[in-house]
Ligand binder design. Sequence first.
Ligand SMILES: C[S@@+](CC[C@H](N)C(=O)[O-])C[C@H]1O[C@@H](n2cnc3c(N)ncnc32)[C@H](O)[C@@H]1O
Length: 422
Amino acid sequence: MLLKERIVIDDFGDKKFKIRLVESDNNTEAAFTHFLHNHKNGVSKLYKPAAIEHVKKLIRYRDSDQLASNEAAEEALQHLIFEETDIAFPAPKIPKFKFIDLFAGIGGFRLAFQNLGGKCVYTSEWDKYSKQTYRANFGEVPFGDITKPETKSFIPDGFDVLCAGFPCQSFSIAGKRGGFEDTRGTLFFDVAEIIKKKQPKAFFLENVKGLRSHDKGRTLETILNTLRNDLEYYVPEPQIINAKEFGVPQNRERIFIVGFRKDLGITDFEYPKSTDKSKVLEDILEKEEVSVKYYLSTTYVDTLRNHKARHASKGNGFGYEIIPNNGTANAVVCGGMGRERNLILDNRLTNFNPVTNITGEVNREGIRKMTPREWARLQGFPENFKIVVSDAQAYKQFGNSVAVPAIQATGKELIKLITERC
Ligand SMILES: C[S@@+](CC[C@H](N)C(=O)[O-])C[C@H]1O[C@@H](n2cnc3c(N)ncnc32)[C@H](O)[C@@H]1O
């Protein structure tokens, strides 16, 4: 009997693969989607056993609630490979290189490297809501906590580039040499361990500008020491790159660190020069009137003004900021005054009265927060990038992410070098 007749394939709810969307508390769901996305390359066999486990959780025989056998699950898996897929950002048809996406967030690195012709063969991100955005756009569920050996066990061999925007943490290196072993217990240690084990041709790490001065410079020194001396990669001087030089109106400075495996013979790397400084806020603002919910209440505007005045009298510039339409936004960030530091004046709202906005009447000046879509544009995400989470999560995700054009411009230089040499 054919599998289709015996298994309730129709019960699979998700359009992409006709499966039910179930939250998986382990990595089987990630393995399942990674399997489907890698069936054209050898990587998929690494994901197959866990993918079969996942399918077994999803399907039931029609006439009983019996679990499917391994064979039936495998047959279902093969069937699902050929299901119609509708993925907003698919991998290139003929990929030029393979990369992995660690601390993937919502896939800023992935977008940039796919645009450069790369195929992502592994991704890790533990935040539930970021995973939802990632899946909605790339059709793939990231693996979870990268510090766990099980998560690492799914990383394939033979990929070319490792990408990671890892969170910055101090190392306890007092009196030590400041190398690999001293970074134990930090997320950088996990990144370094993966580079050491998998030996990719190159890596691209991204972090906040403050990494340079973090712990009086010791954190960056230890990172470079580890990458250059312990892992023996060629690592040119890291560079601070500003997103506003690459076609987005956002003043976002980040430190970029690239490295190349020594046997490639690469001894020189040039970070990209500015490509486009012309963009201003006006270029990314919503063209239509936006919902009243983005407008601040009069009470809140007063609170912000008082707050700013108090801080100004103490001699510091902390507070809200209204960005002019011909200006450049401050860096979007996930916490603190992230949204208030990027207010704009937009007095197109026609229904000012008698609407109220959370805590009171809407301000009459037209002061509003930027929308999640505007934040997406500030980070260079394309218009068809799907926002499938609440506004609160979306601000967090875009604030945490990367400016895609700056990553892509740097990635382009990196890929040029590794493809020239191989
Ligand atoms: C600075 S953000 C990177 C965002 C990403 N580059 C992007 O384009 O959206 C760091 C990400 O690492 C994730 N993260 C932190 N610790 C993690 C862990 N142990 N395992 C997996 N992901 C982790 C966070 O949830 C966060 O999304």
